[in-house]
Design a protein around this ligand. Structure first.
Ligand SMILES: Nc1nc2c(ncn2[C@@H]2O[C@H](COP(=O)(O)OP(=O)(O)OP(=O)(O)O)[C@@H](O)[C@H]2O)c(=O)[nH]1
Length: 301
């Protein structure tokens, strides 16, 4: 028998969304899953409708985690319906959705997501914070109760904080990734990808801290990246579409922007393992979002 009898493992790559009501541990889980790997990716020439949160490559499998901003909505009524549409669109073409819940807890916020889980994606229920469970036997009736509400493809109890069962979760996610070449290439640690990720980290803070108030038409540009011996000096610019968006970003007395910058600075410093000095400016460029979305519709980013 020749060794060619074993065909090479085919590669898989796909989009994964992590969803769940606030505070269930989505960010912690994402960080635990991708860890520092987020620092060493660069975008291959390709287009995507998604905002990428992080990319994790494991052997021949590439997991592209995407952002689903609509889940941050805390509004009711018409706003809620609008946000549901945003969520539905964001989830329309992901391959895997991981619905995170907190072990032993189930509330309206959890239930509200069920109708939004797309049936064509692989749907995984991740029962997080299992480390807090006093009675592990209680997990079975809990899972059975939720599984009766929605036809999940898999259920995985995890602890994001203690990194428990994460490989098992990745195995279950991988089953839903379509066969295909990786969209991102693993790269050495050069400026470009790190800058790109730094921009994404700032963007993520904006989404977390400004939430639904800021319409989609904002982007982050890294304007300066200066490496000193023990410090990296970064100047970033947030481009918004309207004058009225600037005070939303800044917050009262500039507090909100201070928090965005402070949280982003900490994440970037962790990413590059060097202290960071970060300044963020806000620039208004009228009509920018429209041009941007027109470009995006044409397949450009
Ligand atoms: N004990 C324990 N705590 C956890 C676990 N995962 C997350 N947490 C904690 O739960 C809290 C919320 O975690 P986040 O990751 O911010 O939750 P989130 O779902 O991203 O929250 P939002 O951004 O509000 O939607 C934090 O205090 C975490 O430290 C876990 O597995 N075990």
């Amino acid at each position: 028998m020749s060794s060619s009898a074993n065909p090479p493992a085919s590669s898989r790559c796909g989009f994964v969304a992590i969803v769940g009501r606030p505070n269930v541990g989505k960010s912690t889980l994402l960080n635990a899953l991708i860890g520092a790997k987020v620092s060493i990716v660069s975008r291959k020439a390709q287009t995507t409708r998604h905002r990428i949160h992080g990319v994790f490559t494991r052997g021949a499998e590439q997991f592209v985690f995407v952002d689903t901003p609509g889940f941050q909505s805390r509004h009711g009524g018409a706003m809620n319906r609008m946000m549901n549409r945003v969520v539905t669109q964001a989830l329309a073409d992901v391959d895997v959705v991981v619905h995170v819940v907190e072990a032993g807890k189930w509330s309206e916020g959890d239930a509200n997501l069920l109708p939004l889980l797309p049936s064509r994606a692989r749907r995984i229920l991740a029962v997080n914070k299992t480390d807090l469970l006093k009675d592990r036997d209680a997990l079975f009736p809990y899972v059975a109760r939720i599984a009766a509400l929605h036809p999940y493809d898999a259920v995985v109890p995890v602890s994001a904080a203690k990194s428990r069962q994460l490989d098992h979760l990745l195995d279950e996610i991988a089953k839903g990734l379509p066969e295909g070449e990786p969209m991102f290439e693993e790269d050495t640690l050069t400026d470009r990808p790190v800058r790109f990720i730094a921009g994404e980290l700032i963007r993520e803070k904006i989404f977390r801290l400004v939430g639904d108030e800021l319409p989609y038409g904002s982007t982050v540009v890294i304007e300066q990246w200066e490496e000193k011996p023990r410090l990296v000096r970064i100047a970033a610019c947030v481009i918004v579409d309207r004058d009225s968006h600037r005070p939303i970003l800044l917050g009262a007395g500039g507090e909100r922007m201070k928090r965005i910058a402070s949280e982003a600075r900490q994440d970037i410093a962790k990413l590059i393992d060097t202290p960071v000095h970060l300044e963020i400016y806000v620039k208004v460029r009228k009509g920018w979002a429209e041009r941007e979305s027109a470009l995006r519709d044409l397949g450009y980013e």
